[in-house]
Design a protein around this ligand. Sequence first.
Ligand code: CS2
Ligand code: MN
Length: 348
Amino acid sequence: MEMTFRWYGKDDPVTLEQIRQIPNVTGIITAIYDVPVGEVWPKEKIMELKKTVEDAGMHISAIESVPVHEDVKLGKPTRDRLIENFCTTLRYLSEAGIKIVCYNFMPVFDWTRTDLAFDLPDGSNVLIYDDATASSWDITKEDVSLPGWDASYTKEQIRSVMNEYKSVDEETLWENLKYFLERVIPVAEEVDVKMAIHPDDPPWSIFGLPRIITCKENLERFCKLVDSPYNGLTLCSGSLGASSQNDMPDIIRHFGGMGRIHFAHVRNVKHTGNRSFEEAAHASNYGSLDMYEMMKAYHEVGFDGPIRPDHGRMIWGETGKPGYGLFDRALGATYLNGLIEAIEKNDK
Ligand code: CS2
Ligand code: MN
C-alpha cells in the first residue's frame, strides 16, 4: 500500500512542501474545487493540478472527490446530462493517469458533526457528533454551521432540497444509485478508472434524509448493483466505525478479499453513547477501533492501493480546516507506517 495525504489545493493552509516531509508519504489525494458540481472538469485544470503536485516531488494517487450532483441522487430528469459530464471527467482523469476516484452518495450533507472543536482534557480539540443535539436541530430554520456540505446553500435552497427529498426514501435512493452506476461503471471499465464510494458519515439517517452506504450488508448490496471490480469502495474506518455494529477488520477482510477496496481511510473514533462519538487520535487506545487488527486485515488481503490518515485533532495550537490540520494527521500517518512495518516484518 502507498501512504498518501489529502491536500485541498492551493488554498489549503497545509502546503505540499510540508506534506512531502512526512515520512513515507508519496501520494497526494486532492480534487478541483472551483468547478461547479455537475460540470466537466476541464482537461487543462486537471493537467495543471497534476503538474503542481509533481513539481512538489509527489504524484496524485486518487481524486477525492468528484462530487455527484444532487439531481442525480434525487433521480431528476436533468441527471442524464450530469452523469454524462461525470463520465467525461473520468475520461480526462484517466488521460492524466489518475486511476482512482472517490465520491459519495449522501443526500445534501457530507460528513456531519455537532461540534467542530470540542475540547479534550489534553488541550487539543476534535470533531464530535451527538445524536440528541443533531436531532434537535431544524436544519431548515436554524443557523447551524456544518462543515461537510456546500456552504453556498441558502436557507431557502436547503428548504427546497429537503422538500424534494420527501419523495426519496432509501429504496428510491438505491434505484438512483444503480441508475448512476449502470452508466458510469462501463466508462470506468473502458478508461481503467476505479470508482470508490465513500461510506456515509455518520452511517445512519440524519435530518430525516435517507442514507444507505452504512453497513456490511448494504456494502454487499452496493457491490452487486453493478458487479464489476471497478465498482468499489473507499473504506473509511472512521465513518463506518462510528457504528459499534460495524466490525471493521471483518469488513476489510471481506471486501478486501473480493478486491473491492480501492482506497483506505484509516482513523480511529470513540463511541460515547448510542449514535454519538468523538473523533480521536489515531492510536488504538484513544478510541473504540483496533487499528492494529484493521492494518493486519489490510495486510492479509494484500491491499496495494492508497491509504491515508483521515481527520485529525487540532493540536499544538494549529488552526485551519476542521479535521484537516497538518500535525495530527502527520502523527496519524507515522503511526500507521509503524504498524505497517511491524506487521510486514512479523510476517516474514
Ligand atoms: C470526509 C469526506 O471522511 C472523509 O474523508 O472528509 O468529506 C469525504 O471526503 C467525502 O465524503 C468523500 O466523497
Ligand atoms: Mn473518510
